[in-house]
Design a protein around this ligand. Structure first.
Ligand code: BDR
Ligand code: CA
Length: 314
């Protein structure tokens, strides 16, 4: 495959860290230009530290980390400490990483990089609330010239929501930002809960990772064993999803997934459907298809890919 020039926008977050390790372990396919961080699962200082920890664990301090928005565009901030732990990283001890943040704000970095990039050359992976990219688009709409496509973990249709009955966390945490990105007209792919809730851990799959017995596999095992508990209990399912890692797997091996081009609308009105993604799966409205909606994935294929890549780390 052609090497992807990639910026990963993220709010680590347990599953974000697994996604980052998967991406950072795949330099042949992914040329990671930077990680940009946003407040989401926990506060910005913690997501920024956790992104730097992921970079350190992957031995990839060459990748800069820029901190971005510390709060959503308009709504009151919400966090997911109940799922990811107080430090935003369940199952492992956190500490101050050796390498510091890059100087400058993530939003300014996005604008500068995308304005000077070759036309439609950079892919953006969005693993958290979409505040940074929305701010960049609002400040300089011409940045879309540099963007090839945006791949988003977010939204829910068939599955129902995970933060309200209908809303998925990343969209609920900043629906106004997600609307700005959706209305930009860029090529968008949504890895929704419909897909991520079909790609669940199992004892076998966790054993497969543990058998690598390197630092990365121990970290991922410790993180996942803790992180999956809440979803397993809540949904009464035999394993837990690793949401954000599906975005990276999609970039590496899209043949593991299926979906269709749809029209999506995001509800940002106050009320019970705040943050909901309304997906016209059966094309009732004949409205323009503004996103590719991934609703399904090959779970064993995903865990084989993750295991193989973690095996490349120390
Ligand atoms: C999303 O919400 C966050 O808690 C996870 O990191 C993931 O990005 C799943 O709904
Ligand atoms: Ca996330």
């Amino acid at each position: 495959m052609e090497r992807v020039d990639l910026i990963i926008d993220t709010d680590p977050g347990a599953d974000d860290v697994v996604a980052l390790l998967l991406a950072l372990a795949s330099p042949q396919e992914l040329n990671i230009l930077a990680l940009t961080t946003v407040a989401g699962n926990v506060r910005l200082d913690k997501t920024s530290r956790n992104a730097r920890l992921a970079r350190e664990w992957a031995g990839r301090e060459d990748v800069p980390v820029y901190a971005g928005a510390s709060r959503p565009l308009m709504r009151t901030p919400i966090y997911a400490e109940d799922i990811h732990g107080k430090e935003g990283l369940s199952g492992v001890s956190v500490y101050e990483p050796k390498a510091a943040l890059a100087e400058g704000n993530a939003v300014a970095y996005l604008i500068d990089t995308l304005m000077s990039a070759s036309p439609h050359s950079i892919t953006i992976a969005m693993l958290g609330p979409q505040t940074n990219l929305a701010l960049a688009l609002m400040q300089q709409p011409a940045i879309i010239q540099g963007i090839k496509e945006v791949v988003i973990m977010g939204g829910a249709h068939f599955n129902g929501g995970n933060i309200t009955p209908v809303a998925e966390f990343n969209l609920f945490a900043d629906p106004h930002a997600a609307e700005v990105v959706l209305n930009s007209g860029m090529k968008l792919t949504y890895l929704s809960l419909d897909a991520t809730h079909k790609i669940l851990t199992s004892d076998e799959r966790l054993k497969q990772i543990a058998a690598l017995n390197n630092q990365a596999s121990r970290l991922v095992g410790d993180i996942l064993n803790d992180y999956i508990k809440a979803d397993m209990e809540h949904y009464d399912i035999p394993g837990g999803p690793v949401h954000d890692a599906a975005v990276i797997a999609w970039l590496l091996k899209p043949q593991l997934f299926s979906g269709r081009a749809v029209n999506v609308v995001i509800d940002s009105r106050e009320g019970p459907t705040f943050g909901q993604t309304i997906v016209d799966w059966h094309d009732r409205l004949k409205a323009p298809k503004n996103a590719f909606w991934v609703d399904s994935g090959d779970a064993q294929g995903f865990f084989n890919l993750l295991t193989e890549r973690l095996g490349r780390l120390k």
